[in-house]
Write a protein that binds this ligand. Sequence first.
Ligand SMILES: [Cu+2]
Length: 448
Amino acid sequence: MRAKQSLLALVVIAVLALLVVPGSSTPSPTSADATVAGRPVWKGNCDNPRVRKEWRTLTRQEQISFNEAVQCLKRKPHDSRLRTVAPSHLSGVPNINPKSTFWDDLVYVHATCTPLVHFTGLFLAWHRLFVYNVETELQNCGFPKNLGMPYWNWTLDYKDGLDKAPLWGTEPWQIGPATGTGKNWIVEEFPEMVAYPSPHRISRRYNRHPFRKSVESEVLTSSFAANSKVAATNTKVANNTVLPNHIIQKAKEQTGHTRRSKLAKGEKPESIKPANQPKRLSPSDLAKRFSTEEKAFKGSLSQKVKEDDETTNMTGEEMVSPEAIRWVFEARDGDYETFAQRVEGTPHVAAHESFSIHNLDINYSPESSHFYLHHCMVEQEWYSWQKRSPLNQGAIGGKQTQSEHEGLGVGNAVTYDTILPMAGIWPDQKVRDVLDPRGNAPLCYEYQ
Ligand SMILES: [Cu+2]
């Protein structure tokens, strides 16, 4: 009888806890199993969160320390644990170059995961984990342990121009010019070569109208050239291919193969081709997808899109403006899919596309350190949306396979157990493990 009473008391306490949580706007300590509408809510109780600051609020010394940590990662040798995730015939990414640097490894992790983690339901969760892991690597290279990744709040630059952000420039506390020199826009400050897709120097060019056909065709042509070179030299899948579990599962269902993490030497990649394989979106497919998002945004600005010209003439600045961010945050509480699609398709894409060349080929965009400052801001947008309501804390959505038509993919739905592959460099995690930025392992950070 007593046992029954205490059980009843526990149930009452649990129900009360659930009722209290939705009323609070900040994360409250709750039981690990507590849920809102079937979704996990934050524990939010980690000790000593790393503090992520906006670039311009860092001290000069901290800015210099970030640049030095980046250079340190460029001096570190290739990590032999690196593995291919999406087979090369799906990703278009070349085999691992063992003569590359650890900085190149970071680019490779992103590139080999690209078909799984862009324009799918994994975009926000995967990039959150990726940025956090790189943040740890920067700390191991001398960046202060109490600081997290700096972020670039591009909304502060929408009036003056994204290229006028104080992070650009050639002083030791800046990250290099927004536009390099010469006809290939080489960033002269960085003499080092980056390895992927083939060895080259870092180049960058600011485009005020990144969606104009002329800019797109100029930049995409060079991107295509790089890709076709890769395709020609890369007809076989690396022997050390590791596939994420959901693809292995699919392959198993289709072929009856048992679970495997490696391709045997000489084995044809077709034998493990999943039924619903991620189709690699070409740069022009991606451009189409971007312009769909743009139209939706432009439509929300002017109530209706009158002409195509109107959207292609949009500046990157318009797409990161307070108005654009307001539109992103109009996603109602719990509606992860609307939020995720808008944040990826508009401010995220705009800040990328405003800086070419390789930044228009999303595979290799982390070759420039501003990738991390930019993605840390995208990440903050998600964190802010999550903070707004307990309904958002555990909200996920979208599918696992890229599609030309669906911004968040097609095929299997993303679940709390979907794997976020880290290509052998860091442990893979599940989606549920990265929903709470202050949930202790693996994440513990805060924004300032
Ligand atoms: Cu990315």
